[in-house]
Design a protein around this ligand. Structure first.
Ligand SMILES: Cc1cc2nc3c(=O)[nH]c(=O)nc-3n(C[C@H](O)[C@H](O)[C@H](O)COP(=O)(O)OP(=O)(O)OC[C@H]3O[C@@H](n4cnc5c(N)ncnc54)[C@H](O)[C@@H]3O)c2cc1C
Length: 526
């Protein structure tokens, strides 16, 4: 794996400087920028497409917070730790469930309109939560509401500048200190340098490394790849969460049918029309996601089709329409009625528990470099994230970074970086390369893994090594290179972990093992 994606010499590039630099404009990036603006008057957010082109904007089900009458942070803590299957960082979980309360209240103060019943916040339940603690907005459009509020808050703040169409290509490091980033401005088609004493990665997860994913096109693992190439530690890369109920209709995109559909009483039916989940777990459809995923895959394998059905037909149709307006509307476009039709669903890649290793203040092993949101891994979700905890994670640990950086930002470094010798990319076809990679990951590194399949995938990565000798001359090729780097890290970690735990399932090692109750940390030698 090379250090940089393109040839450059920072002395020859246009350079800008700011006090606090945030990469990414989802919940983690925008909330960090908003919080940082209380202490720095020169905060810049770089984002590779439009400000609202994020996974955050797509979130449906909601955001978890123990604000309900019969709930408490202690119960939320317990549910999070149980779902995490022995790998949660307990201090991080404690911070998440406690700090989360005031962060969500702040979102409400900023203007987030969460759904209410009789004037009070209306909480729903999702898989593996023992209480109704999920706040939602406009039924199933929670992410869009949060993105709306944060985007307008940040845009209205004169201390924050948002630069869209700025693709972060690589991090610039000298003597273990991050002094800035190399970006590609997709409007002027030029490379630029941004210098800053604080650099926050908030670039989201990596769902696009799989063929079937709920994640938008922008989620290509860039942050994990740039950090790894720069010498940051990455952790828990083998833990990928697959979502059990994603629309599985030929020709239609993999549209998520929120977990809340099962929380409200939706049931899963196999090819025989049998409700099967209670055979696999006492919580039935609300069992932890990995269990629901594998149960569905087993039912699919025993049938002649590649989906099972989700049915809400036994529920009050008025309530269903009210609760799931966005999903109902989307399904209508495919001729399906959520209130009465069985909806074909199958699992798809959804969330990355792993990422850039951080402490509870978002700090990485590189001075001045922080990470939060889905790109980061501090062990708060352990081996399996509890539904609706990820939006909360972005808020809470974005805020934590600001607390730390105020006192620990390194002195500015007059850094310089040069990259040379990468070959001309010639006729590399990014779409074809991405398609091949996604198919490989889907087949060998999906929800059910075998050692032999993982080894086969690693052999293919070796064959593709030649691509790494070439310059990634367009954002599409840069994304491909990042996906390739991330895919390799997932596969390596999945092969190392000879057990099954949380989101990682090895069919050849189906049990959890006590000696594997630890994290796999990978670091490139630089
Ligand atoms: C369909 C769907 C439904 C979901 N539902 C829920 C839910 O109900 N509750 C919940 O808690 N979680 C949910 N999740 C997960 C949750 O939405 C994400 O984990 C969370 O939004 C991640 O936020 P983030 O800020 O870390 O990243 P994102 O929101 O993905 O933002 C990443 C940002 O980084 C930018 N970026 C990426 N690479 C680069 C680069 N190279 N240069 C510059 N910018 C870059 C992107 O353009 C984007 O602006 C859902 C996810 C999906 C996909």
């Amino acid at each position: 794996m090379g250090r940089y994606l393109v040839n450059f010499d920072t002395r020859e590039l246009e350079a800008a400087e700011c006090a606090f630099l945030v990469l990414g404009s989802g919940i983690a990036g925008l909330y960090t920028a908003h919080t940082a603006s209380s202490f720095w008057n020169d905060v810049v957010v770089l984002t590779k497409r439009g400000i609202d082109d994020t996974a955050t904007e797509r979130a449906q089900g909601g955001i978890a917070a123990a604000l309900g009458p019969s709930d408490s942070p202690a119960l939320h803590y317990e549910d999070t730790v149980v779902a995490g299957a022995g790998l949660c960082d307990l201090e991080a979980v404690r911070i998440l469930v406690n700090e989360g309360l005031s962060r969500v209240e702040e979102l409400i103060r900023l203007g987030a309109r969460f759904d209410r019943a009789d004037g009070r916040l209306d909480f729903t339940r999702e898989g593996a939560h023992t209480r109704r603690r999920i706040l939602h907005a406009a039924g199933d459009a929670t992410g869009a509401e949060i993105q709306r509020v944060l985007s307008s808050t940040v845009r209205a703040n004169p201390r924050i500048s948002v630069l869209e169409n700025h693709f972060v290509v690589d991090l610039l490091i000298e003597n273990g200190v991050c002094w800035g980033v190399l970006t590609y401005d997709n409007t002027s088609k030029k490379l630029k340098v941004f210098r800053s004493r604080v650099v926050v990665l908030a670039t989201g997860g990596a769902g696009q490394v799989y063929r079937d994913t709920t994640n938008p096109k922008v989620v290509t693992g860039d942050g994990i790849a740039v950090a790894y190439r720069a010498g940051a530690e990455v952790m828990d890369m083998e833990f990928v969460q697959f979502h059990p109920t994603v629309l599985a209709l030929k020709g239609a995109p993999r549209f998520l049918i929120s977990e809340a559909a099962r929380g409200e009483g939706g049931i899963l039916l196999n090819a025989e029309g049998e409700r099967f989940m209670l055979r696999y777990h006492p919580l039935g459809e609300l069992a932890p996601r990995d269990i629901v995923v594998r149960s569905i895959l087993k039912e699919i394998a025993e049938s002649d089709r590649d989906f099972v059905h989700l049915s809400l037909a036994h529920l009050d149709p008025v309530r269903v329409r009210e609760r799931f307006p966005t999903i109902s509307q989307r399904l209508k476009g495919y001729g399906l009625d959520l209130t009465c039709d069985p909806i074909p669903v199958a699992p798809a890649a959804h969330y990355f528990m792993g990422g850039v290793k951080t402490g509870v203040f978002g700090e990485t092993n590189i001075k001045g470099l922080y990470a939060c949101g889905e790109v980061a891994c501090l062990g708060v979700h352990g081996a399996n994230r509890l539904a609706s905890n990820s939006l909360l994670d972005g808020l809470v640990f974005g805020g934590q970074i600001v607390k730390h950086a105020r006192f620990h930002a390194p002195q500015s470094v007059p850094g310089r970086a040069v990259s040379e010798g990468l070959e001309d990319p010639g006729g590399l076809d990014a779409d074809a390369l991405v398609g091949e990679l996604q198919a490989l990951m889907q087949e060998y590194v999906g929800a059910v893994r075998f050692g032999t399949g993982l080894e086969a995938a690693l052999r293919r990565f070796e064959e593709w090594e030649r691509v790494r000798r070439k310059e990634a001359a367009s954002p599409e090729l840069m994304e491909y290179r990042n996906m390739l780097d991330v895919a390799e890290l997932i596969t390596e970690a999945a092969l190392m972990r000879r057990e099954s735990r949380g989101g990682h399932y090895r069919a050849d090692f189906p049990e959890s093992r006590e000696r594997w109750k630890r994290h796999i940390i990978l670091k490139r030698q630089v």
